[in-house]
Design a protein around this ligand. Sequence first.
Ligand SMILES: O=C(O)CCC(=O)C(=O)O
Length: 275
Amino acid sequence: MTYLSSNQLKQYNNEGFVSPINIFSKEKAKEIRNEIELIEKEMPSELEKSGRYNAHLISPLLDEVTHDSKILDAVQSLIGENILVCGTTLFIKNPNEKGFVSYHQDAKYIGLEPHNWVTAWVAITDSNENNGCMRMWSGSHKDNLKEHEQMFNEGNLLTRGQTVNNVPKEKTTPLVLKAGQMSLHHPTVVHGSDINQSNDRRIGFVIQSYIGSNVKQVLGKNSVQIARGKDDFNFHEKIQRTKSLMNKDDIRLKKQENDYLQKIFYNGSSQKSSY
Ligand SMILES: O=C(O)CCC(=O)C(=O)O
């Protein structure tokens, strides 16, 4: 059992994140990286741009991570025993590219209400200050949602460039993770990340997010998988888990889900920016 300890709960409540949490070995992380890279090789555009959403629907190993019992134990400590998965995102930063993530709050644009949800960032490669790990503005989850400006920049991995200005970078905490570790972060904590200055890829697989069954999608439609417990509310359509790598039906399902997401991200109110 890997439910969060009282110190970890204290960290989450005080700072808006908990990190690092050991999930699997670096050998397992390498196996997962190989599967991601196999998909990239076989289907070069499948994981690009909006294709980076919901790769767990076409990759059995990412599906396994998404439904991993250690991750779910930790998540259960924060949102209760009825847990749904409403999406995942691959955040990949290649060396020699300008990819960064502007400082933002997930709850500002993702449409999930109430905020009984949490995001798990799982390191498929090591993630550190040199290759652009996430940085958290500690304690910022306790304030109201902040103004976000849409600042377009080619390198920004958030397509609408939503940005909280004047974040005191010296007060942000780098979430340094080894491959196979994860962090969990709160819907309203301000976070972002710098460019990758190393000579290898930085790969994060982000379950975005685990939601309690009482959480609605108020900006559009999200399908879900039951990760643990039961769904007494039935707010969302249920979708199947993948059974094989790059299965054609699953690829179609992923496209359908990503189209829903694009609508949420692009049709949200002007206040709610998106990826
Ligand atoms: O991977 C990154 O650098 C940023 C990820 C992020 O913003 C998130 O998981 O909410």
